[in-house]
Design a protein around this ligand. Structure first.
Ligand SMILES: NC(=O)c1ccc[n+]([C@@H]2O[C@H](COP(=O)([O-])OP(=O)(O)OC[C@H]3O[C@@H](n4cnc5c(N)ncnc54)[C@H](O)[C@@H]3O)[C@@H](O)[C@H]2O)c1
Ligand SMILES: [Zn+2]
Length: 347
């Protein structure tokens, strides 16, 4: 088992290893006395792992209750959040109890937000069950729901008390969920770790899931520790995201986040003028499509309302080479130019 300690306003361990779901109660009892543990998840994950987590919590002396909402990003809403909060109230969950966020990034973000606001802030555990949640969303304390005006527009910074990442669960993931998580892992490789990037390009990482997830979490920790509230260096973690989010938006969100980020990594590389061939090869090796099906004008239009825009400025993350990137703040008027470069279009 690997352990990564996250140092933030509230510090905690991320445990990564086999069989952690069936020992969830044992590990959670290392950060909490037995109490009521309120599991919030989606229907798919509830059917796969709900009973196991509940049993394990009960075995460790917790009273375990579970609430599941329909799976999918379209349910990461204020309506679902309100239903979750009402359920916590009806179940009699009090401030001294604990919330367990079980699932991918959607239940993780939503249950995390519920934990941030219910009783003005609850302790909570994250049990990520997708690769994306394991390497990214379960760590760092960003919680949110989507509004009609945009993704993750309402949320809070609220760090968990423990993160349990079961590598057996990751080993059983369907190909599309591995693909989506790989895009975020490639992002970490392009940011600071050429070896990680090479492992993803060659597929070698699949034989070393535990170490690779731990490496990704450690990279994220390095940014979070310096800039928990995303005012400075944490913005590096948006590599591929301004471009990728525009692609997601143009598709009406039929492209997944991981697919968008994959295309975004390619566009960011081309916009920065680096050799895109290694990036293209790595994306293909991870089953991601390098080229975006929309044109620069459509993408730039979609990016205008990106929430990263501040007073007419957008900070782009541009690769200098694999393993090194820079931040570049541009005005929104320059966006079409960067999208044109990113798509290889002449201006
Ligand atoms: N908080 C952060 O820092 C952060 C970072 C990155 C992404 N995110 C958010 O994460 C979300 C995307 O995460 P995601 O891709 O995990 O989405 P998700 O939670 O919707 O999971 C994707 C699908 O996989 C299913 N699933 C989950 N675990 C499974 C398993 N073990 N086996 C089979 N199916 C399983 C889910 O039911 C769902 O249908 C987005 O909402 C994004 O905004 C947050
Ligand atoms: Zn992302």
């Amino acid at each position: 088992m690997q352990k990564v300690h996250i140092t933030a306003s509230h510090s905690y361990d991320v445990l990564i290893g086999p069989g952690l779901i069936s020992k969830a109660g044992e590990y959670i009892s290392s950060v909490s006395k037995p109490c009521r543990a309120a599991i919030i998840t989606d229907d798919t994950v509830a059917a796969l792992y709900g009973a196991q987590v509940k049993e394990s919590l009960k075995h460790a002396g917790f009273t375990a209750d579970l609430w599941a909402f329909p799976h999918g990003e379209q349910h990461k809403t204020m309506t679902t959040l309100a239903a979750a909060l009402e359920w916590l109230g009806e179940t009699g969950v009090s401030r001294s109890d604990l919330i367990v966020a079980l699932g991918g990034g959607v239940p993780g973000d939503l249950a995390g937000f519920a934990a941030a606001v219910y009783c003005r802030g609850m302790r909570f555990a994250q049990i990520p069950t997708t690769l994306l949640a394991a390497v990214d969303s379960s760590v760092g304390g960003k919680t949110a729901v989507d509004l009609s005006s945009g993704k993750n527009m309402a949320g809070a910074f609220h760090q968990p008390d423990i993160v349990l990442c079961d590598t057996d669960v990751l080993g059983r993931l369907p190909a599309d969920l591995l693909r989506d998580g790989s895009a975020e892992m490639l992002k970490y490789g392009m940011l600071v770790d050429e070896k990680l990037f090479d492992d993803l390009s060659s597929g070698a990482w699949k034989g070393r899931i535990e170490e690779t997830v731990a490496r990704c979490v450690a990279i994220k920790q390095d940014y979070v520790v310096q800039d928990e509230e995303d005012q400075g260096v944490r913005q590096f973690l948006n590599l591929g995201h301004t471009f990728g989010h525009a692609a997601e938006k143009c598709s009406g969100f039929t492209l997944t986040h991981g697919q968008g980020v994959g295309m975004g990594l390619m566009m960011a590389s081309r916009a920065a003028g680096i050799d895109t061939e290694p990036v293209r090869r790595a994306l293909l090796a991870c089953d991601l499509t390098p080229e975006c099906p929309y044109d620069a004008a459509q993408l730039a239009q979609a990016a205008y309302s990106d929430k990263k825009r501040k007073g007419g400025k957008i900070t782009l993350v541009l690769p200098e080479k694999i393993g090194k990137c820079t931040l570049k703040t541009i005005s929104v008027e320059e966006l079409p130019c960067y999208f044109a470069k990113g798509m290889g279009e002449t201006i």
